[in-house]
Each structure stands twice: as structure tokens, then as C-alpha cells.
Design a protein around this ligand. Structure first.
Ligand code: C2E
Ligand code: MG
Ligand code: MG
Ligand code: MG
Length: 279
């Protein structure tokens, strides 16, 4: 009985609790998607040797009427709880693919790929592989220019459906990346078995590279393994020149992080590519 009134009153209370903000965001999220308040930014993924941009990761943001620009950490979980992540995730895929279609190839150089984060629920929905395939057809993006980022935990469950969907998409030319590698269960051995093309090394390792001998040895081990399996490796969260050098010296071929560029609006990606970030 008091919920409507209390909710309204809390809206104007300066010290609103996280809990209340949570429920408010939950209520707003459905509308946000419809009203175009969600948008993507793109962060370059570069070849550490040449500095060339090989791809961009699409990162979701929400322009909230009261709270301003919210990072995904504030609402992805809500979207998962409510099931909204499935339609939102489809919008992300379609939007990112359309952006990628506008990125140019240069002489001798492939057009950059777009890397999209996929949530567990999205991946496990019955028609995930068909949705991706349909969106590729609708947007005209060649399958080899999409990367699907998933996390370790999504593959640990004994889930034939997920593996089948990923194998199907890889068969059609899409690539699969494991995100935040090393933060999950990290049984290195299972890298051999899963349908995978790229390992994104979590930024905690990148930070550790320059501070701990043990961490460096560990990353070298991971690099050796990924090489043996012909996987690409992207070092995440490179913020300093020292970290860039250490990542390259350890054998990471690609990198992503504030040192190169922060996530940027789509309009800036073509400027970025034109400004000499293609050789
Ligand atoms: P992620 O996929 O690991 O994305 C990388 C995050 O690290 C991004 O945070 C990015 O802005 C941040 N980052 C990049 N370079 C640096 C750096 O040099 N230093 C530091 N400290 N951080 C850096 P963001 O955009 O806040 O995204 C957080 C997470 O939200 C993502 O982590 C991803 O798991 C999730 N996410 C983002 N967009 C989507 C989406 O469309 N769908 C789903 N399901 N999840 C998403
Ligand atoms: Mg990611
Ligand atoms: Mg990541
Ligand atoms: Mg990460």
C-alpha cells in the first residue's frame, strides 16, 4: 500500500540508498531501450607491434534522465535479472554491426572488426545463433568482422546448447573471444577444448606484469599455451607505456586500454581511423 507513495518520496530524498536507486533503475530500463537512451561507445584494439587498429570493442552506456551517463556496471545485472538483456543485447549487436559496416579498409589492410559483449542469458536463448546470423545478413557485415565476447563461467556449465551455438557461428566465420581471462576459474587445460579464437587477458594481469615476477611468468605461460592453440591474445587495460612494452615483451600481440584510447562515440571512430591509425 505504501510502496507507490514511498517510491515517489524517495525520488526527492537527497541520500537515496543504493537499494532505492536500484529499483528506480530497474523500472526505467525497459523504457530506456525504447526511448533510445542506450548508446554504444567503441574502444580501439590495436596491434602492439605496429599500433594499427585491428578492431573496436562496443561498450554499452545509458543516458539516464536523472543520473546522467551510467556505465554498464550499474545496469547490466538489472537487465539480466529482468530478461531485458536479450532484446538489449540484440540491439547492441545490430548497432555495432551497422557501425562496423562504416569502418573503411585501407590498402592491404582489413577493415577493423567489432567485438561485442554477450551475456549468459543471451547466449543461452534458443535462437542466439540464428539472431546473429540474421543480423549479419541484414546489416551486410561479413561474419569474419564480428567477435563475440563471452566469459569463462558461461562455458564451464555443461551446456551443449551454448557450445553448439558457438560452433555454428564459428562455422559461419564469426569469432569467439573469452573476456576477462584469468578472473574466472581459469583451468588452463580447458582452453584446448572450447570453441574459441581469442583470449582477452584481464587487466589485473596486465597490471601484474610490471609489478610481479610471478605474474609475468604466469602470463608467459598463458601466452605459450594460446600460441600452441593458435589463439590470438589481447591484453586488456593497458594504461602505461611500461605496461604496453611488458605486454608486447611477454608475447601478447594485441592490446586495448586508455594508453591507446578511451571508449569513444561512433562519430569519432572514423576520425580515429583516418588520423593515421591505419598504416
Ligand atoms: P569488459 O568487456 O571487460 O570491457 C572492458 C572495460 O574496461 C570497459 O568498461 C572499458 O571502458 C574498461 N577499460 C578499457 N580500457 C581500460 C583501461 O586502460 N583501464 C581501466 N581501468 N579500464 C579500462 P565498461 O565500459 O565500464 O564496461 C564494463 C563491463 O560491462 C564490460 O567489461 C562488459 O563486461 C560489460 N558490458 C559492456 N557493454 C556490454 C554489452 O553491450 N552487453 C553486455 N552483456 N555486457 C556489456
Ligand atoms: Mg568485453
Ligand atoms: Mg574485458
Ligand atoms: Mg575486463
Amino acid at each position: 500500500a505504501k510502496s507507490a507513495g514511498a517510491g515517489q518520496w524517495r525520488r526527492y530524498e537527497p541520500s537515496m540508498t543504493d537499494q532505492a536507486r536500484h529499483s528506480e533503475l530497474r523500472a526505467d530500463l525497459g523504457r530506456a531501450a525504447e526511448e533510445g537512451a542506450l548508446f554504444l561507445e567503441y574502444q580501439p584494439i590495436v596491434a602492439l607491434g605496429t599500433g594499427r587498429t585491428v578492431g573496436f570493442e562496443a561498450l554499452l552506456r545509458w543516458q539516464h534522465p536523472t543520473y546522467g551517463r551510467l556505465p554498464p556496471g550499474e545496469f547490466i545485472e538489472l537487465a539480466e535479472e529482468s530478461g531485458l538483456i536479450v532484446p538489449i543485447g540484440e540491439w547492441v549487436l545490430a548497432t555495432a554491426m551497422r557501425a562496423a559496416c562504416r569502418w573503411p579498409a585501407a590498402a592491404q589492410v582489413r577493415a577493423p572488426y567489432v567485438s561485442v559483449n554477450v551475456s549468459a542469458q543471451q547466449l543461452r536463448s534458443d535462437d542466439f545463433a540464428e539472431t546473429v546470423t540474421r543480423l549479419l545478413a541484414e546489416t551486410g557485415l561479413p561474419a569474419h568482422r564480428i567477435v563475440l565476447e563471452i566469459t569463462e563461467s558461461m562455458l564451464l556449465r555443461d551446456d551443449d546448447k551454448v557450445w553448439h551455438a558457438l560452433e555454428l557461428l564459428r562455422g559461419r566465420g564469426a569469432r569467439v573471444a573469452i573476456d576477462d581471462f584469468g578472473t574466472g576459474y581459469s583451468a588452463l587445460g580447458y582452453l584446448r577444448q572450447i570453441p574459441l579464437d581469442i583470449v582477452k587477458l584481464d587487466r589485473l594481469f596486465v597490471r601484474g606484469l610490471t609489478t610481479s615476477r610471478r605474474q609475468r611468468d604466469l602470463v608467459e605461460g598463458i601466452v605459450t599455451l594460446t600460441r600452441a592453440l593458435s589463439l590470438d591474445i589481447v591484453a586488456e587495460g593497458i594504461e602505461t607505456e611500461h605496461q604496453r612494452q611488458a605486454s608486447a615483451a611477454t608475447g601478447c600481440t594485441y592490446g586495448q586500454g586508455y594508453l591507446f584510447a578511451r571508449p569513444m562515440p561512433e562519430a569519432e571512430t572514423s576520425t580515429w581511423l583516418a588520423a593515421g591509425h591505419l598504416p
